[in-house]
Design a protein. Structure first.
Length: 83
């Protein structure tokens, strides 16, 4: 996950930095540093995992590099049964 991917994921589900930080149990300054990363997110592995889990629980799907570039999208209602 890159900093830009993280910021895009947070934005696509309408979370503020404070919202996501609270859900991931990290500080807002830590989240800001992660989002500012120009490349892969840098931080403690457990914090990165907590952020990813919170975003995935909110409906985010992380798209890996597959020749078209990294990205994020919302899962469809049929894929999750919830959204």
């Amino acid at each position: 996950m890159t900093g830009r991917q993280l910021a895009a994921a947070r934005t696509i589900v309408g979370m503020t930095q404070a919202d996501l930080a609270a859900k991931a149990n990290i500080s807002v300054p830590t989240l800001k540093r992660m989002e500012a990363a120009n490349g892969p997110v840098v931080g403690m592995a457990n914090n990165i995992a907590a952020i990813r889990a919170a975003l995935e629980a909110a409906g985010v799907e992380f798209i890996p590099e597959n020749g078209g570039g990294l990205g994020v999208r919302l899962r469809t209602a049929t894929a999750t049964g919830k959204i």
